[in-house]
Design a protein. Structure first.
Length: 475
């Protein structure tokens, strides 16, 4: 055993289950649990949502679509450009799910008057986003359209479901390494794959779709680095943090959270001889949490420099954000809006729960039920995350939960104020900006759960959430 392995060979009692010999799928039942909760559930909800939402979502979908199709055509979007004529044509043919907005019909000329009226919609403001998510989606989109025969919009949308399923696999693998049972992991995954925010993000064209995957992969790499370090671990962690953060800048939140968690766990070790001196602890942190943090921060800073160099317009003059410039956007407004980050699984519904457009009495009833479930889901996840406040001694999952919750709110403040500073607008924060921290929160909830009644309750909640989401879509 190498020296690096020796210093990371943590005692089994530090983790639930305590052993490292668990297989990924120890039985056929375990495989079936993953397939049901992590594959069939999101595919079912995803199919229902996509098939019942033929129009572009109002959540910036046309701009994300234009970003990906521009890359597919060999171009690169720049802030200040209009979206491509082909994207305008797709918008006319598919429509926009935004009440009160009338778009020229499919095939009709898009006149100068139309262009003036839709200046906010056709501005490519999502060019502010880093390109990795869209670039990775280009070949997947080609396969979906040219091999499986999906139309252009659907073929671009289904990419989000693939990212979500891949994220659930990473979360399952991390949980198995931590000794969590297949039944417990399945219950937690079902909470994620039936969440309104997760499923809406995964079934429209949006780089939000990659956040769950980014967070889950960072969790998996963090578990591997803590339990079973490998030869090129620091380089791998640095590269992963850099690339994943370049899918969307808010993916830096789990990178920073895991980096901080490594530092806390180093400080709270038991003091036995294998842990060594404080200097050795610092060196261990630099090889794990330190390189994660460095990779994530470097990625964010790199994209800030590149995007500003590419921009053809001062961000404070982007027409789309004019509506946000008349709202209060001071520091206390950011502090208030950052509270929404504490509900990453349930705040900021999109087209799944429309709430306003041609809603029937029947759908309003299901929408009300969905709102109740959303609040309960928020309470459930926060209760698991903050359970460490009331525990002594605190174990790894207690620290993980407290770090994740603190990172949600602190990250919201940092994000909100940076938007306020750069664009001079109201940040408009919502829970979806915290999606990348969901895997950390759910792992904490599962590790803190005890007893068959709790396990059954989480499964029941997920199953009822699945049924409610389906009824809301169908109604």
């Amino acid at each position: 055993m190498t020296a690096l392995h020796k210093v990371h060979a943590h005692p089994a009692e530090d983790f639930p289950g305590g052993t490292e010999h668990h297989r990924l799928f120890p039985s056929l039942a375990a495989l079936m649990i993953f397939l049901i909760a992590g594959v069939l559930a999101p595919l079912t909800v995803g199919y229902l949502h996509i098939s019942h939402s033929p129009q572009f979502s109002e959540i910036d979908e046309i701009n994300h679509y234009d970003y990906m199709t521009r890359l597919a055509a060999g171009g690169f979007p720049r802030l200040g450009q209009d979206i491509q004529p082909s994207s305008i044509s797709a918008l006319q043919c598919h429509g926009l799910d935004l009440p009160g907005v009338t778009i020229p019909p499919c095939g009709a000329p898009f006149t100068a008057a139309d262009r003036a009226g839709f200046a906010a919609t056709i501005s490519q403001y999502e060019a502010q986003q880093p390109p990795t998510y869209y670039a990775a989606g280009v070949p997947l989109r080609w396969v979906a359209i040219h091999v499986f025969g999906f139309n252009d919009l659907v073929g671009t949308r289904v990419i989000g479901l693939l990212w979500l399923i891949a994220g659930m696999f990473c979360l399952w693998a991390a949980g198995r390494m931590l000794g969590l049972s297949a039944a417990l992991l399945g219950a937690g995954i079902l909470l994620i794959t039936t969440s309104p925010v997760v499923m809406d993000s995964a079934t429209i064209v949006s780089n939000d779709a990659g956040d769950i995957f980014a967070g889950a992969l960072i969790v998996l790499l963090g578990v591997l680095a803590w339990r079973k370090p490998w030869r090129f671990m620091p380089l791998t962690l640095f590269a992963a943090a850099f690339v994943l953060t370049s899918t969307k800048s808010v993916a830096v939140l789990p990178v920073l959270a895991i980096g901080l968690l490594f530092g806390i766990l180093e400080c709270t070790r038991s003091g036995r001889d294998p842990w060594g001196s404080p200097a050795q602890a610092v060196r261990r942190w630099l090889a794990t949490g330190g390189v994660l943090v460095a990779g994530g921060i470097l990625s964010v800073m790199t994209w800030i420099v590149v995007s500003h160099a590419l921009s053809t317009i001062n961000p404070v003059n982007v027409p789309t954000w004019q509506v946000l410039r008349g709202k209060p956007n001071g520091l206390t407004d950011v502090l208030r809006e950052s509270v929404t980050m504490l509900a990453p699984l349930s705040n900021s519904f999109g087209a799944i729960y429309p709430g306003g457009t041609a809603v029937t009495i029947h759908s309003i009833r299901w929408y009300n039920v969905a709102l109740v479930l959303a609040y309960l889901l928020t309470v459930l996840v926060l209760a698991g995350g903050l359970s460490g406040l009331f525990a002594s001694p605190r174990r790894w999952f207690h620290w993980t939960g407290m770090v994740a919750v603190a990172s949600l709110y602190a990250g919201g403040i940092a994000l909100g104020y940076s938007i306020h500073y750069a664009y001079k607008v109201d940040a408009g924060l919502s829970g979806r900006y915290g999606l990348a921290l969901v895997p950390l929160l759910v792992i904490t909830l599962l590790a803190a759960s005890r007893g068959k009644w709790v396990l059954g309750g989480i499964w029941a909640f997920g199953a009822f959430s699945f049924a409610t989401t389906a009824f809301v879509i169908l109604s």
